[in-house]
Design a protein around this ligand. Structure first.
Ligand code: FAD
Length: 552
């Protein structure tokens, strides 16, 4: 039941409920669309944002609120515009969509088969294809960023940005929530609840995880309905939430189906970005790289920014020697237990209930997440359900290596799972807890005994369990940290706390790659927060770096 994308529960084909069928692939695909290529040749911009994903769309919307600032958003994938999204990008209840993917692969556990590492290649980026979990993480995650030197990123600093980004349809009236932000967030309740969510809640609380009302209340640890950014069955990407409402702005252009090769840097200052297909340079006062944790390092390296030896190996002149580019990659590893489902099927969202807790003697942010999944179709009328465990605070670090100057070549990705000796035992703690969930009467009432595999019993032998977990660990799709924020470039920092790349004027990185530590949560909401926080910080013109230029 496990595939390279993760268990069938997480990567399985989504049920399609709305939107248009996927149009044929190819660069002509979007040619008739209103949003395609809206840009006059030779136009120069105050800010060019490279990558229209979770962060890029937020930044494009916020920075173009100043009508005097000319903003261009460049995205490698298509931009369908509002109202004409392919059906699988619309459907937001059955897990990730697989249609608009970069096709990246990489090493998770050394010695285990390579993993597929999905990333959205479409406007909205990975927020347009993801599973819509909308979790903030724990205050100590962000206090840890500030303590490590990221001034202005403690929880008290970022809470207003979490509040500003959301329209929480359940808890919007609470002080720590927002009620009028762009991104709607809700939880499944009443008749929407699946038998899997009910059983998992009973099971997890019977094992001692405390019931809580709201995972996004500061410091909450326990079992509660999952907050999601899906409404009326539709996935709400940052493209729909942020970009669509401001597409008519005269000072905002969106250039889709366009791969950026590099940022052009001369004498330590940004001059523009070079488009890969034509070699054309779009002149810009400021460039923001927002290509995500796997692809932002390559953009910097091809621009001459990174470890000097790696830049030189690409045949590029070194603009800045920054050893941290590509290093510091970190992701949440996960393992799942899958069962045949025999409860009432109905038509329910696949992910509805999450529990968080601490492994062993851990304290601070929860380091384990348990997720109930299902029911999901297995074919021939059969259904399945799962419980998976994810390690939320791994100590292991991987890296992104770029071996080709060709912008179309994928990077080498090594997630470094379990390189730190403490990580594997903690994920095994999570697996044991997941197995305990599956042994409760509540869970057994909706499942049949599996024919084979782990659910028939965790091996007693520790060596066998370790081998099993190493062989079956998959990515929970949350890479961060490959262009980390900090204060000391020699110690691996790539951007300062204002997201400005050390040593280059006019260049910033704003996406999941700049997180200096991985949050104890799924990373979409934290990434949206990062972009919101920086847009506000730049516009307040704080001292740690110039804000994007506005001629006003
Ligand atoms: C399958 C899947 C499921 C997930 N599920 C969840 C979930 O349920 N909840 C959650 O919180 N998180 C989830 N995540 C993670 C979350 O979506 C990401 O952390 C977040 O989207 C990262 O945002 P980003 O802006 O850093 O990168 P992205 O959103 O990936 O954006 C990068 C953008 O840059 C573009 N780009 C890259 N290179 C270039 C170039 N050279 N030129 C032009 N454009 C370029 C890409 O096409 C993309 O649009 C999931 C991710 C995946 C892939």
């Amino acid at each position: 039941m496990w595939g390279a994308r993760g268990p069938v529960a997480f990567g399985g084909p989504p049920a399609v409920t709305g939107g248009e069928p996927l149009p044929p692939a190819g660069p002509g695909r979007a040619a008739g669309r209103a949003w395609y290529g809206r840009r006059a040749m030779g136009t120069s911009y105050d800010v060019v944002i490279v990558g229209g994903g979770s962060a890029g769309c937020v930044l494009a919307a916020r920075l173009s609120e100043d009508p005097a600032r000319r903003v261009l958003l460049v995205e490698a994938g298509p931009d369908y515009g509002p109202g004409s999204l392919p059906a699988d990008l619309v459907e937001g209840t059955q897990g990730p969509a697989a249609s608009h993917d970069w096709g990246l692969r990489g090493v998770g556990v050394r010695g285990a088969p390579a993993l597929e590492l999905p990333r959205g290649r479409v406007i909205g980026g990975s927020s347009a294809v993801n599973a819509t979990f909308a979790l903030r993480g724990h205050p100590a995650d962000y206090d840890g960023w500030a303590a490590a030197g990221a001034r202005g990123w403690a929880f008290a600093d970022v809470l207003p940005s979490f509040v500003r980004l959301e329209r929480d349809l359940d808890f919007g009236a609470a002080d720590h929530h927002g009620s009028d932000g762009p991104l709607p967030i809700r939880r499944y309740a009443g008749a929407e609840r699946s038998a899997v969510a009910d059983a998992a809640e009973a099971a997890m609380t019977s094992l001692g995880l405390p019931p809580i009302a709201d995972h996004n209340a500061p410091g909450a640890v326990g079992v509660a309905p999952l907050p999601v950014n899906a409404v009326d069955g539709r996935r709400i990407s940052t493209s729909s939430a942020y970009l669509d409402p401001c597409r008519s702005r005269a000072n905002l252009d969106v250039l889709a189906d366009t791969l950026v090769r590099e940022v052009v840097v001369r004498r330590g200052r940004v001059e523009g970005v070079r488009l890969d297909a034509t070699g054309e340079v779009v002149p810009a006062g400021e460039a923001v790289v927002a290509a995500g944790a796997y692809l932002s390092p390559g953009l910097l390296l091809r621009s001459g920014i990174g470890p000097a030896a790696e830049v030189a190996a690409l045949g590029r002149p070194v603009a800045v020697d920054l050893p941290g580019v590509g290093a510091g990659l970190v992701d949440h590893p996960a393992v799942a237990i899958d069962f045949p489902f025999v409860g009432p099927v109905g038509r329910h969202a696949r992910f509805q209930l999450v529990g968080t807790c601490h492994s062993g003697s851990a304290s601070g942010p929860p380091d384990l997440q348990l997720v109930a999944v299902g029911p999901y179709p297995l074919g021939a009328g059969a259904h399945g359900c799962s419980v998976f465990a994810a390690l939320l605070k791994p100590a292991s670090r991987g890296r992104v290596l770029v071996r080709s100057a060709d912008a179309g070549a994928p990077p080498d990705i090594d997630l470094g799972y379990f390189d730190h000796g403490g990580d594997l035992p903690r994920l095994i703690d999570g697996l044991r807890l997941a197995e305990a969930v599956t042994r409760t009467p509540a869970w057994q009432a909706i499942t049949a005994a599996p024919a084979a595999g782990l659910p028939a019993g965790l091996p007693d032998d520790e060596t066998e369990i370790r081998a099993w977990v190493r062989a079956h660990t998959w990515t929970y799709h949350h890479p961060v940290g490959s262009c980390a924020m900090g204060t000391d470039p020699a110690a691996g920092a790539v951007v300062d706390p204002g997201a400005h790349v050390f040593g280059v004027q006019g260049l910033s990185v704003v996406d999941a790659s700049i997180m200096p530590g991985i949050p104890s949560a799924n990373t979409n909401l934290p990434t949206v927060m990062v972009a919101e926080h920086l847009a506000a910080r730049w516009d307040r013109k704080q001292p740690d770096g110039a804000p994007p230029r506005s001629p006003a």
